[in-house]
Design a protein around this ligand. Sequence first.
Ligand SMILES: [Zn+2]
Length: 342
Amino acid sequence: MASRAVVIGPWEYADDAGVPRYEEIGISAAQYGKVLADNPMWGEDRCRVLTKEEVDTADGVMAALEEEAGRTGAGDVFLVVYVGHGAYWGDVPGAEVHFSVGSSYDGKPWTWLSSWYLYRAMRLCRADLKVLIADCCYSNMLPHLGNGLDTLPGVFDDAGQGTCVLTALKDDNIRAWPLGCTELPGELAKCTPFSGHLLDVLQRGTTDYRPHITLGLLRDAVVSEMRRCRFDHDKPRMLLNDARESRALFTNRMDAALREPHPGSPVSAKEWVAALLRGNGCDLEELLQDPRKTGEVVALLRTSSREGAAAIAQHLEERASALFRSHDFARYWNKAERALRA
Ligand SMILES: [Zn+2]
């Protein structure tokens, strides 16, 4: 079992469909694939960008969704990204937002995929966190996913379970702007603005001290980047149902040295040494994210005459040599070497 991501991005329609083609949709879908493949929490094997043939029909999309949902289990994340056209008809049974597929026609609701079916497949899947990212018109009208647990006998809430729906639109804004944002770098400038900014956050990471982009961080970073952009973008929205804001969804790609320090934790190597010697409950994992500083701390501890310093230094050395790969080890060793030889 493993976390799985499915990216659905139909952008080519029949000539007489009356549904506009935006290349931004196809480029966004491809970029989701690329950015997820590069993210250590995901990787190429866990992300499936549906092919043109698959997104041509509701059947193709649902078959792929069910297949990937079936590969998830307890502890996993099931992430579905939809980027494309959205529509809404109030006069069809159980009015729901509808997503386009390649064979959709303007004004013909039966040729579109009701979001209800997509929600159903997500609710039934066994992953304990289910996340839908929807970049389309009317996405503000998508409801939360529910937690789906009532359909799974024997599965109990352990607080790690829940759902999240992140949409390009909020409130009463029903039309999503499809054309790219020129403020974004490279290919991301050719994506839809919401997906472009979201992918930019994932690609660059955030300066927050945490090593992962959590649900809450993702929402806050995308909202603030879009607000900060010189173009007047739509406002995104996140609906959570039981899912914790602190739940990690992506690796934070920002270099640890460029991230803000943990609030209340030591900053300089000297402060670390003082805190370690005091026996304060400091987070060694945070120190170990910075090989150079870890080396400095080891060096200071080795030359300290304070009681317990040698034992802490030894523990750190063991952790460091087990953890750091060649490049990081060089940074660490460069700082720690002199003290270790003494
Ligand atoms: Zn922008």
